[in-house]
Design a protein around this ligand. Structure first.
Ligand code: MD3
Ligand code: FE
Length: 220
């Protein structure tokens, strides 16, 4: 029996300080999906309001010590889920493992996330170009796990006007970025209904018409 099979997953530096780990989350797919379900039962997905008063296109929730929240007062991390007035659900071991392993393979040996933002995209949902600037230490990388429907990720430069690169992210893919790329503008093109069955390697009915992104950060 091949109990100790330990293949090195494919890792590619697709742009300076941006690493793509194709399909790495498929190793722990079943437990990740089970843990995702229990987190969003305790902290249901919701459309947060931007400071300008618009509902965000992606529905969001969090787990871990800190959760990213947006409302009329602005963007911030908070230990409390404003919908329940309770702590966010703790970070499941499967989430901790896939994010730490991915960061490690990309060269960030000491990454320990304290926040996982869950973004759920239905067909046509998108995320406009923005920077992630609410975290305390920009030397810490960010790890993002894509599940379900594929999406085109836009990876821009340090100026909003820099023409973005396009990267297709499919079920199980992980992106890690830090260093020079940490403050780059980025976004998600409107998610399309399933077209290429080869990119849908799962058989989860919910993921057939949703994209879920788990974004791991050391926020505090
Ligand atoms: C590159 N989420 O929640 S994750 C976000 O797929 C967010 O839901 C997108 O952007 C999603 O803030 C993209 C990938 C990502 C996140 C942060 C980055 C890429 C990044 C910060 C700098 C550069
Ligand atoms: Fe972002």
């Amino acid at each position: 029996m091949d109990l100790f099979k330990n293949e090195t997953p494919a890792i590619q530096e697709i742009l300076p300080d941006v690493w793509l780990l194709k399909s790495i989350a498929l190793q722990n797919e079943a437990i990740i999906l089970q843990d995702l379900e229990s987190v969003i039962l305790r902290a249901p997905l919701r459309h947060m309001m931007t400071p300008m008063g618009f509902a965000m296109s992606a529905a969001m929730s969090n787990c871990g010590d800190l959760g990213w929240v947006s409302d009329r007062k602005g963007y911030r991390y908070d230990v409390i889920d404003p919908n329940s007035d309770k702590l966010w659900p703790s970070m499941p071991d499967s989430f901790m493992q896939v994010s730490k392993q991915s960061a490690y393979l990309a060269g960030f040996k000491n990454f320990v996330p304290d926040a996982c933002l869950i973004n759920q995209y239905k067909v046509n949902a998108s995320m406009g170009l923005h920077q992630d600037k609410n975290e305390a230490d920009f030397n810490q990388p960010i790890v993002s796990v894509s599940l379900g429907l594929p999406a085109v990720f836009l990876f821009g430069g340090l100026l909003r006007s820099d023409k973005p690169h396009k990267v297709l992210l499919a079920h199980g893919d992980v992106l890690v970025w830090g260093g020079k790329s940490r403050l780059n503008f980025h976004g998600i093109m409107p998610v399309k209904a399933s077209q290429n069955a080869a990119l849908n390697t799962h058989s989860n009915p919910y993921l057939k018409n949703h994209r879920v992104n788990l974004t791991f950060r050391k926020a505090g």
